[in-house]
Design a binder for this molecule. Structure first.
Ligand SMILES: [Cu+2]
Length: 108
């Protein structure tokens, strides 16, 4: 009898636990997707310290479904622009900012 009660209890406990587990396990919302770090590689084409922008010829970024492009990015902090110069091959990370993406880290 005690064994039956125990198994019933285990059954109920797992029934309660499963929905929570599944929710955490699945990439549900787009919000969750955008929270992950997006990294890219590219070459510095130009730097504009007055507008906090950098032009990069970047490789495809699978995390965003972007093809290779030559485009301008805003940097989150101006100091990031002091770390690189035109012609450098760099690795960068992006974070969503409004409808755009800003560079949050930049290194050679
Ligand atoms: Cu691009």
């Amino acid at each position: 009898m005690k064994k039956i009660i125990t198994s019933v209890f285990v059954l109920i406990a797992s029934a309660i636990a499963i929905p929570g587990f599944t929710m955490d396990d699945m990439p549900m919302s787009s919000e969750k997707v955008s929270e992950k770090v997006i990294t890219g590689k590219g070459k510095v084409m130009s730097i504009n310290k007055s507008t906090n922008q950098i032009r990069l010829k970047h490789e495809p970024i699978p995390a965003l479904n972007w093809p290779a492009m030559n485009m301008e990015f805003k940097v989150k902090e101006k100091a990031l622009l002091d770390k690189v110069k035109i012609g450098d091959n760099v690795t960068f990370t992006l974070a969503p900012s409004g409808q755009d993406y800003v560079i949050t880290s930049l290194k050679q």
